[in-house]
Design a protein around this ligand. Structure first.
Ligand SMILES: Nc1ncnc2c1ncn2[C@@H]1O[C@H](COP(=O)(O)OP(=O)(O)O)[C@@H](O)[C@H]1O
Ligand SMILES: [Mg+2]
Length: 355
């Protein structure tokens, strides 16, 4: 037997300069390009209105791209009708047929595809097992919880054995507890079935906890693509740093490889790009308090949030930032409201962006 599978050499899906223009001030999706590998769980993350659903609708064939292309397994499907694409779709509203049983709902797509009775029965049973609803086949949607209904919607999407699963904010209608449970369930279902999945969400926590890689969108454009750790640890822009996790963004200057804030040199191991105005980004948990040092700040406020004390600080020039301090740490003793302290962090924890 010859093994000639190289997932990196040949992406399963290639999105190339994908653009959609509703005729507004600027395109809703603007020259989006990225690759997806077979079996990957890709998150499409960004604030409301950034073009996530429009991107998914182009995948599904519900919108034709204004420009650019989507290629699946080497075949350009950008203008293929929806029924020629082997896709499973799940939206925020489960849109189950209320008068049909769970099994009938799941069987619906197979009926449309004229699959025989016996095969339908077997595949519906398998899909219901995958979402752990085999005991609920005879119920109607109204007799299920929101999470169970959403699992029926997922079973209905995967029963057709799609090449790609498209999920548009599938957990948004669930209450907080159920949403947390369903995150793991959904990821588990995807891992077991191995279906390449595009998961749209505006929730950074969902994206960070569930996805192999995340595509961060802003204003129709790609801001960054990477693993959750890459996106969190090495955000490509102040937008990404602030959208994923919490971040302090400070006005800074770069000159001769040194970074200064309010005229004071600050720890920085990379002074990227050109000299001049810059934005320096540091996460709250990276900020340390010292009794003395060059970068002075006044403690404005302490907010106890359980595992942390969120400490708000003001630099001499008026810029504010947050330090997350662990109760009982040496920093904690310094963090009295009104105290003047010095701020410190590891050079590697500061990201510097040209303004
Ligand atoms: N049918 C439409 N007609 C005109 N503009 C639209 C339509 N649908 C979405 N838009 C606009 O396109 C942009 C992207 O929308 P959408 O893809 O739904 O974003 P998201 O899913 O990220 O919230 C928004 O500015 C939105 O107002
Ligand atoms: Mg949307």
């Amino acid at each position: 037997m010859t093994l000639h599978t190289d997932m990196t050499a040949d992406p399963h899906i290639r999105i190339d300069a994908l653009t959609f223009d509703y005729g507004g001030a600027r395109p809703a999706v603007d020259r989006l390009s990225f690759d997806i590998r077979k079996g990957e769980f890709i998150g499409v993350l960004g604030p409301s209105g950034c073009g996530k659903s429009t991107t998914l609708r182009m995948f599904a064939g519900l919108l034709a791209p204004t420009a650019g292309s989507i290629t699946i397994g080497g075949r350009d499907i950008s203008h293929a009708p929806p029924w020629e694409r082997n896709l499973g779709l799940v939206f925020q509203s489960y849109a189950l047929f209320p008068h049909m049983t769970v099994a009938e709902n799941v069987a619906f797509g197979l009926k449309l595809r004229k699959i025989g009775k016996e095969e339908t029965r077997a595949r519906v049973a398998e899909a219901l097992r995958a979402v752990r609803l085999d005991a609920f086949a005879a119920r109607r949607p109204a007799e299920l919880s929101g999470g169970q209904q959403q699992r029926v919607a997922i079973a209905r999407a995967i029963v057709i054995e799609p090449e790609i699963l498209l999920l548009d904010e599938p957990l948004s209608n669930l209450d907080a507890r159920l949403r947390d449970e369903m995150r793991f369930e959904l990821r588990d279902i995807q891992t077991r079935t191995g279906i390449t999945t595009l998961f749209v969400t505006h929730d950074q926590q969902e994206a960070l906890t569930m996805c192999d890689r995340i595509v961060v969108m802003n204003g129709g454009m790609l801001e960054q693509i990477g693993t959750p750790a890459e996106i969190y640890d090495r955000p490509a822009s102040p937008f990404v740093a602030n959208f994923i996790g919490r971040a302090n963004t400070l006005k800074a200057r770069v000159a001769g490889g040194r970074v200064t804030v309010d005229g004071q040199p600050v720890p920085a191991s990379e002074a990227t790009g050109a000299n001049g105005e810059a934005l320096a980004v540091v996460r709250p948990h990276c900020v340390r308090l010292l009794a003395d040092g060059p970068l002075k700040a006044r403690v404005l406020r302490r907010v106890f949030v359980g595992s942390m004390i969120e400490t708000e600080l003001e630099l001499e020039g008026g810029q504010r930032l947050i330090a997350d301090i662990r109760p009982g740490d040496p920093d904690d003793a310094l963090a009295h409201v009104g105290n003047i302290v010095a701020l410190d962090w590891r050079g590697a924890d500061l990201r510097v962006f040209g303004a």
